[in-house]
Design a protein around this ligand. Sequence first.
Ligand code: ATP
Ligand code: MG
Length: 267
Amino acid sequence: MDRYRVKPDSRVDLGEWDPNDKSAFPEGKSEGRKRLLELNQRLEELQELLYAEHKHRVLIVLQAMDTGGKDGTIRHVFEGVNPQGVRVASFKKPTPEELGHDFLWRVHEQVPGKGEMVIFNRSHYEDVLVVRVHNLVPKEVWSKRYEHINGFERLLAEEGTTILKFFLYIDLDEQKERLQARLDEPHKRWKFNPEDLKERKLWPKYVKAYEDAISKTSTSWAPWYIVPANRKWYRNLVVGTVIIEALEDLNMRYPEPEFDPTDIKIE
Ligand code: ATP
Ligand code: MG
């Protein structure tokens, strides 16, 4: 999955990334679906181990343009995982109380504890994306946030949190199709938000904001992955595989009991 990891201090130009790429799993959709079922099972085992060992923390950040597939990724990649073992934190427009604090205040509260896996559906990155595109704070303020984000994520990492950040990359044509599907299919209509059309017009500004954010904050302790996301099955495989590989690298072990089970006799 190295091919999708953004190297620290490199400059991202999204024009050089292919949202249709399927080079890591060229077998195609039906094989891909089978493979995802295997990933689901492995993720379930690893999540249980994470919980049992109670040592590591795992934070997964999902960012994307509208219709990019954050919800679908959560649904499909984590299918099969014990719902008690993962938590999703969604970051919407900040409340007045949240706006009264620094931008990381509401975020820090949601980070995982030991043995926990937390998925951020949107995140502190909104504070250098939508906030920048819409000038919600002056440039002097948002431009300093990249450093704050790196420092914050470094703190989490040094205290034992594995951080994986995914940008689900779709292109403008794919977004058009997905928005149209939300209009055409009655059961998807609730997801259609006319505001999304205004955001769509700002696509080039979002691209610039994403390129800057990813370039400045892909670090050794909290790497970004740019996931080709025009194909949903491929996107799911990439995200699932990256997470599983990272969990396997933790070399987790079930804790040894503090008693000798052969000594115990249940009457
Ligand atoms: P999504 O679009 O993520 O699937 P949703 O459609 O259920 O979620 P929305 O209310 O459309 O819910 O999405 C949340 C909105 O909140 C987005 O438009 C996002 O840009 C905005 N938002 C999130 N964080 C911030 C922030 N820090 N400042 C301003 N706006 C924010
Ligand atoms: Mg939305």
